[in-house]
Each structure stands twice: as C-alpha cells, then as structure tokens.
Design a protein. Structure first.
Length: 127
C-alpha cells in the first residue's frame, strides 16, 4: 500500500477491496496512528470504504456491518491485509482467548528468543 498518510492509506484500502462478504482489515499500528491522528475512527473508515470502494467489482454495495478493522502487528511496515469471506453466507465469529495467569512473566522470560534462530526452518540468516 503506497504512502503512510491518511488519504493514501484509505485510498489503498478502498482499491484493495474486490469482493463482498465479511471483510476483515488488518492495519499495522503505524497506519492506525496516522489515521487516528488525522481524526479517523473505525466507524468513519468503514463509512469511507463503503462510499469509495470501486463498486464495479462488487456484486452489491458494501454493508458496513460486514467490515471489521483490527489493529495488529508491530512497529514499522507499510502494509495492510484485507481478508474477505467472499460470499453472502459467511459470518464473523470470535472466541475469547484466556492467557495464563503468569503471562507477563512468560513474556519477560522469552522476550529475546528468536523462533527463526534454530537454523532448521531455512529462514534464518545463513551468515
């Protein structure tokens, strides 16, 4: 997605939606902050997308209730992910995740572990 200012982020999202159905948009924190700093709420973003998505690619107008925006990921990066159910029969479901009571201690204990550092997966740096 080009750019990191609000208008370019929104334009990129609108161009990226090509199907109806339940749509989940994953925004990285950098994009979320840029949009928030420019006065955009999740509700305003959804309304903008419903108005500006290229309707010629869709079977019907977007339904605001079918769009969910989630902030995910770490610092950096200029991408977003748009996940579409692609149909009329899909529906959004969520489940609560209960973290262990000692979650904070586990995060502190394993903070510096790099899961790609064992060399077995082929993703570690060969140098």
């Amino acid at each position: 997605m080009p750019g990191s200012d609000a208008s370019r982020i929104l334009d990129g999202l609108a161009k990226g939606i090509a199907r109806n159905g339940v749509i989940t948009i994953l925004l990285n924190p950098q994009h979320a902050n840029a949009l928030a700093d420019a006065g955009w709420t999740k509700q305003k973003i959804v309304a903008y997308l419903c108005e500006h998505v290229q309707q010629k690619t869709l079977r019907r107008p977007l339904n605001p209730n079918d769009i969910r925006i989630v902030i995910a990921g770490g610092a950096g990066g200029l991408g977003a992910c748009i996940i579409s159910g692609g149909g009329f029969a899909t529906k959004r479901t969520t489940s609560k995740i209960d973290l262990p009571g000692n979650w904070d201690q586990l995060v502190e204990k394993y903070w510096d572990i790099d899961p790609h550092d064992d060399g077995d997966c082929g993703c570690s740096d060969p140098d």
